[in-house]
Design a protein around this ligand. Structure first.
Ligand SMILES: [Zn+2]
Ligand SMILES: [Zn+2]
Length: 319
């Protein structure tokens, strides 16, 4: 499994000399896995990076897009209306996103694409764009299989994974051990926001994205369970600890020090910092990585070296 970063900036796209090394597109990631059907791409979030991702998908002849939305703040949705795959009726797009109080992906994109915001209304793309609301994120999951495609179902209990597959949600075409499995939990953010955990059945490799999550002094138990043993943790570290303590607490974002604390607590092998502050030039992003490095040295007594990095647009990492 590999992760390709198309957007690593938080809040707003940027383009100035000081930000060129990390890049200026807002959040969009592509998950590459041998579990995906050959004509299918799996993406997370539709920030401005989605426009670049869609160019690649069309060049590759991708016919089906599975798009997982963490939430609907502008920096995670702004690329959707204009992305080539959204407007191409020959590409089947499935959007998965949180739904709360009757508002899910359909309502959000319908509002965003309504004139005068955008000239092509959502109703014009409904023929090839399907939505799937996440309202039970602790029990729903997505399974993707190379031959069978995908299924969206309620999650099994903890014993069920290895035992016989029974019940209405179990489909024999999708043995979990052959699938890419996507599980979810809620982050701490001003909106109903999802953290995705991706488990590649055949290889056992695991990646997770924890973005738009508020730092805290302790690592919550729910996150420890959700992120346990990930090989690559990609986490929001928009601020330094002193910025967060100063004026940024309550904005729903993380710090380098907190990301390091989570990495240590869940036994993550690698940590990629993301959702860089649009105010931060490259040296300031480096300083947040340094804060994470110092925290890890203090917690583990060793330098993480390459196991810790600040994600850059167009970077690709093996999980
Ligand atoms: Zn954001
Ligand atoms: Zn947000």
């Amino acid at each position: 499994m590999r992760i390709r970063f198309y957007g690593t900036r938080g809040s707003s796209p940027v383009c100035r000399d000081g930000t060129r090394r990390h890049g200026g597109n807002t959040t969009c990631l592509r998950v590459l896995s041998a579990c995906l059907p050959r004509d299918t791409a799996l993406l997370i979030d539709a920030g401005s990076g989605l426009v670049e991702a869609a160019r690649d998908l069309r060049a590759e002849g991708i016919r089906k897009v599975l798009l997982l939305m963490t939430h609907y703040h502008h920096d995670h949705t702004m690329g959707f209306p204009i992305a080539g795959t959204t407007l191409d009726p020959s590409v089947e797009v499935h959007v998965f996103g949180p739904r709360e109080d009757g508002t899910g992906p359909r309502e959000v994109f319908d509002a965003l694409m309504r004139p005068p915001h955008f000239p092509v209304p959502f109703s014009r793309i409904e023929g090839h764009v399907r939505v799937h609301g996440i309202d039970q994120m602790e029990t729903q999951r997505l399974l993707v299989h190379r031959e069978a495609g995908f299924v969206w179902q309620a999650a099994p209990g903890p014993d069920e994974e290895s035992g016989p597959r029974t019940g209405p949600d179990q489909d024999p075409r999708f043995p979990p051990s052959d699938c890419l499995r996507v599980r979810m939990t809620r982050t701490v953010h001003p909106e109903y926001t999802v953290s995705y955990r991706l488990e590649e059945g055949p290889t056992g490799r695991v990646a997770a994205l924890l973005t738009d999550h508020e730092a805290s002094d302790e690592v919550p138990d729910r996150l420890r369970t959700h992120l346990q043993g990930v090989h690559l943790l990609i986490q929001d570290a928009q601020y330094s600890h002193s910025q967060w303590k100063g004026s940024k607490a309550g904005y729903g974002h993380g710090t380098g020090a907190f990301a390091a604390q989570v990495m240590h607590a869940v036994g993550a092998v690698r940590l990629g910092l993301t959702h860089h502050d649009p105010e931060a030039d490259d040296p300031q992003v480096d300083a947040i990585r340094e804060e994470a490095r110092r925290t890890l040295v203090a917690l583990e007594g060793r330098d993480p070296g390459d196991l810790l990095f600040s994600a850059r647009d167009y970077q690709e990492e093996e999980v």
